[in-house]
Design a protein around this ligand. Structure first.
Ligand code: F6P
Length: 341
């Protein structure tokens, strides 16, 4: 059996750990051959497929990014996309694919699986918003980095008695903002799932100043004010029709500053949240996902995604998990009410 491995979408700490685990078990336990597909779906469109063996995955466990490269290519936006993918798989005699990606990459995988391509999905994203899995790998690392940033911002906020706004990633969901905000002791946490009231945010900021405490406002990049629209710096969209986010943090600092009469500044953490070495938990989870993904290929159980359910790894139909996005439950957010303001 020859298996192709690809990584699509934004990079994420732990991708290399999955690749290593898939190849190590595939070769060691099942005697499979592997090829690496370059740059996600783009590699299959362009026929950019290279041999991948155990020596090629040595030393990559703690490395961030992906040795295979990644892109946000949507093959269905390209002429003859499906046929070109089928041709590449036939040319390289690839029997099955392990597709490591988030909502967009797995959405394409769902459609390709319907078209008869043999594949197994592995959920990746720092956003933690893939349905069916308790956690995606990459999330824990991102939360750790964001929490450390908030810790550091507390001391500078206190020294200058100013508001510091921290804009974190999270397009549709506020998982990173909520976890890092709670871990870092933020006073205001704004997430896409709950449109915010700028008057209430300013009231919460003011109440902090009244007790001589410098407020930290954590905002997910996809958070929106109750009145008005999403605040964006850039209107460009990718092949999955997603706009490039960022801008809400700067807008908030301006509004807070004007309405409270006190200095407010913004830190946009951006890709720092996705870069560098994965946490121990993400290496553990990514390794387990990889082992179970190649077992799934061995069993010929295609059209599924491996997922974490409690402490068990399970297999779920791709068509189910890609039908919805996993959002922060309102009751979970409300648990922390006492810390806000
Ligand atoms: O999907 C993961 C993610 O990091 C989102 O949180 C963010 O909106 C997006 O990717 C940024 O994408 P890019 O790196 O392509 O700008």
């Amino acid at each position: 059996m020859k298996v192709g491995v690809l990584t699509g979408g934004g990079d994420c700490p732990g991708l290399n750990a999955v690749i290593r685990s898939v190849v190590r078990k595939g070769v060691g336990a099942y005697g499979f051959d592997f090829v690496g597909v370059r740059d996600g779906w783009l590699g299959l469109l362009q026929g950019d497929v290279r041999p991948l063996d155990v020596s090629g995955v040595r030393g990559i466990l703690p490395r961030g990014g992906t040795i295979l490269g990644s892109s946000r290519t949507n093959p269905f936006k390209h002429e003859d996309g499906l046929r070109r993918i089928q041709d590449t798989l036939a040319r390289y005699e690839v029997d099955a694919l392990v597709v490591i990606g988030g909502e967009d990459t797995l959405g394409v995988a769902t459609e390709l699986s319907r078209q008869g391509i043999h594949l197994v999905g592995v959920p990746k994203t720092i956003d933690n918003d893939v349905s069916g899995t308790d956690y995606t790998f990459g999330f824990d690392t991102a939360v750790g980095i964001a929490t450390e940033a908030i810790d550091r911002l507390h001391t500078t906020a206190e020294s200058h008695m100013r508001t510091l706004v921290v804009e974190l990633m999270g397009r549709h969901s506020g998982w990173i903002a909520l976890h890092a905000g709670i871990a870092g002791g933020a006073n205001v946490i704004l997430i896409p799932e709950r449109p915010f009231d700028i008057d209430q945010v300013c009231a919460q900021v003011k109440s902090r100043f009244m007790i001589n405490y410098a407020p930290i406002v954590v905002v997910a990049e996809g958070a929106v004010p109750r009145e008005g629209r999403m605040i964006l710096k850039d209107q460009s969209v990718d092949e999955f029709e997603h706009v490039r986010l960022s801008g809400v943090g700067e807008w908030l600092a301006r509004e807070i500053s004007e309405r409270t009469g006190k200095d407010a500044r913004t830190t946009v953490l951006g890709h720092i949240q996705r870069g560098g070495t994965p946490s121990a938990f993400d290496r553990w989870l990514a390794t387990r996902f990889g082992l179970h993904a190649i077992d799934t290929v061995k069993d010929g159980d295609f059209g599924v995604m491996v997922a974490l359910e409690g402490t068990r790894i399970v297999r779920l139909p791709l068509s189910d998990v890609t039908a919805t996005t996993k959002l922060v439950d309102p009751s979970l957010y409300d648990e922390f009410e006492v810390f806000f303001g």
